[in-house]
Ligand binder design. Structure first.
Ligand SMILES: *Cc1c(COP(=O)(O)O)cnc(C)c1O
Length: 375
């Protein structure tokens, strides 16, 4: 019998992002399967504390994905029918969709042309008497100007929410870790993000009341969960508000805690890969996004701007390089075209030229060379 042909490294498809899983991760999951608790239990609590400590927040509330984290954050921020939530249009759709879940209207803000981060002037213009919250997205892993967003929110008595799905491990220019820069910060643990639980998410906050309300919201609106009732023997519970089942399981949480061991090393590697790209790319052909002075970038994505983007994308894909587009501005999706008329010229112009190159910690220096050569 002939053995299967070894695929040479240069022919293997290179995705734009992927997870790294080691034997210790596998053991952590198997240990939970042998234990008494599979759903929200001691491992969830441990994971919540580990993430909150890492990002210097008082509380972590784990949920089943990053979108659920946004939903719970908007709910606890008091976002409801008739309210407006200012969101950047240069983001993943979930940032806006979660406002719709709460019966509110997402109001789309434009981005800065060079960083693609939310434009502070654009936010200012969109504040009305109905505005409830300002949402910043640390796009591609780069912190927004949180000081400016907090000052603006304070002047108008608004809640700040950070969609930090790209930015676990990032630090703002004033030294504030992402997780402590807004009233509420959400993370996603999808496999392309910095650490993974398969599916999973978390909200971190310093506010005791907001954290309590999110724990209730993720568990149908009930004031106690199954584990608390088992431990106290108090079987009667109340439902003061209606909630959802957004719980994360102990199986997922154990994987998350195990993954968190590598966060610093992985963010470091992502920065090294970004430096390699920047050093080797010809800026006239592929121009990286600008980086704000003094920030710690978490490089969820490495984005360049190119002419003839669609042609370049197809050519890279033909060579097995999983380049991608992040994102089509959310206000341009047909669902939002029906209602919100947003003016976001910078985002629309950027959309024609942006290209995400492969970026994940297990990429080798040779992989970077291969992408640069193909470009
Ligand atoms: C990934 C992501 C989300 C959603 O996270 P899920 O875990 O996939 O639900 C939300 N916002 C942004 C900016 C993301 O990149």
């Amino acid at each position: 019998m002939s053995s299967p042909r070894e695929v040479p490294a240069e022919e293997k498809a290179l995705p734009y992002g992927r997870q790294s899983i080691d034997e210790e991760d596998i053991r952590a999951v198997v240990d939970v399967l042998r234990s008494d608790w599979l759903t929200t239990g001691p491992n969830v609590e441990h994971f919540e504390q580990a993430v909150a400590t890492k990002v210097k927040a008082a509380h972590g509330v784990a949920v089943c994905n990053g979108t659920a984290a946004l939903h719970a954050a908007y709910h606890t921020a008091g976002v409801g029918p008739g309210d407006e939530v200012i969101v950047p249009t240069m983001t993943f759709a979930a940032t806006a969709n979660a406002a719709v879940y709460q019966g509110a209207t997402p109001v789309f803000s434009d981005c800065d042309a060079d960083t693609l981060l939310i434009d502070i002037e654009s936010v200012k213009e969109r504040i009305t008497k109905n505005t409830k919250a300002i949402v910043g997205v640390d796009f591609a892993g780069q912190p927004c100007d949180w000081k400016a967003l907090r000052d603006l929110a304070q002047d108008h008595d608004l809640v700040t929410v950070c969609d930090g799905a790209h930015a676990l491990g990032a630090v703002d220019a004033d030294g504030t870790p992402i997780g402590a820069a807004a009233d509420l910060t959400t993370f996603s643990f999808h496999p392309v993000k910095h650490i993974t639980t398969g599916e999973g998410g978390m909200i971190v906050t310093d506010d005791d009341g907001m954290a309590d309300r999110m724990r209730t919201f993720r568990n149908h609106g009930l004031t106690s969960d199954h584990r608390e009732r088992e431990s106290t023997g108090q079987m009667v519970y109340d439902m003061p508000d209606v909630g959802y089942n957004l719980r994360l399981s102990d199986i997922h949480a154990a994987l998350g805690t195990s993954q968190l061991r590598h966060l610093d090393e992985w963010v470091e590697r992502r920065n090294t890969i970004a430096d390699l790209y920047s050093g080797r790319l010809d800026e006239r052909q592929a121009e990286p996004l600008e980086v704000r002075r003094g920030v710690r970038h978490a490089y969820h994505l490495f984005i360049v701007r190119v002419d003839d983007r669609d042609q370049v994308l197809q050519a890279l894909r033909a060579e097995g390089i999983g380049a991608n587009i992040h994102y089509k501005p959310v206000h341009m999706h047909s669902y939002y075209q029906k209602s919100a008329k947003a003016e976001c010229p910078n985002a629309e112009a950027a959309f024609k030229r942006i290209l995400s190159l492969p970026m994940f910690p297990a990429m080798t220096d040779q992989d970077v060379d291969r992408v640069v050569a193909a470009l």
